[in-house]
Design a protein around this ligand. Sequence first.
Ligand code: PLP
Length: 390
Amino acid sequence: MRAYLDYNSTTPVDPEVLAAMLPFLAENFGNASSIHSPGQAARGAVDRARESVAALLGAKAGEIVFTSGGTEADNLALFGLVFALKTAQKHVITTAIEHHAVLNSCQELERQGIDVTFVPVGRDGIADPEDIRRALRPETVLISVMYANNELGTIQPVEEIGRIAAEADVYFHCDAVQAAGKLPLDVNRVGADLLSISAHKIYGPKGAGALYVRAGTPLAPQFHGGHHERDRRPGTENVPGIAGLGKAAELARVNVASEAKRVAELRDRLEESLLAAIPSIRVNGGAGHRVANTSNLAFSGAGGEALVIALDLQGIACSTGAACSSGAIEPSHVLLAIGLSADDARSSLRFSLGRHTTPEEIDYARSVIPAAVERLRSLSPHAVSTVAAR
Ligand code: PLP
């Protein structure tokens, strides 16, 4: 038996998405910039995908810029906006729990002389809009806050933050990579001027994404080349990837509500049963305001990485928030930001469910995980304190 519980990391390509892509890898291989018929066939696919992504976001087709994924969309939003503005002093506000695509971009902005405020979040993994408001300065040009956190699933108060940005006449970028397909999206409701999505998180291919750019928002291209994407992102279009993103966006729009309901039931069944079966575990960020598919649990005293490997041996795919940098396991910046100790952060796992998760997979995971945690805790130097905590 196998259980893939790592959909926030990536999703399988939906068969309908694959079918929409294949012609553009084979017979319809034209360059979308060519004026002959093979080129026009490719152009048609790019145009249809643009309409479909715009429909998912409540945007106009001309406001969609295709990119190589969420990371590029985030980079284009941040550097593109900040460097398009000519004011002498610039200040950016973001949060401590952004994805590295935003966080590391903001650190690079700092190195380039831009002031950045990283607003902390509470134990609930949610940024307080009033903290964002208090961070505003006369020279603030941009607020960048994610919609749903990739590790915790927590939903940020983006509509309120969008209103704060509008009142202060500051641009608002929203990284909606983990919200797309999980929550209904509408750039006007959010008040976003810039919003990022990624195909491979919504059953599309890896290496394709899009940035919504509200009409009139200044944006300096970050690559230099031809006139593609209305001079906002040069480079021959990834036609199969874009066609796949278009189909994935269409499916996400149609399925979002029914999928969330089904997946929430499975996620809750898994979470409740682990909470009942395993002593001393906690839901990181709490079980409050979060997307339906994500459960991040702290298994104090059981090493997260060892647990991922032990579960993988039993066919269960899940992840730690931790990243391995220069050979050392760094605890997740998100888990540290919500107040976990480094040890607890290193003992946490994220389970993320999706379109193909079955009740049988969840039952299998429920039957395997408690014993794996028990075993690792008994081997851990923290085992004594864990037992004492029971
Ligand atoms: N933003 C968030 C919130 C993400 O979860 C991810 C991917 O994990 C990205 C951005 C980066 O997207 P991509 O993998 O398409 O570069």
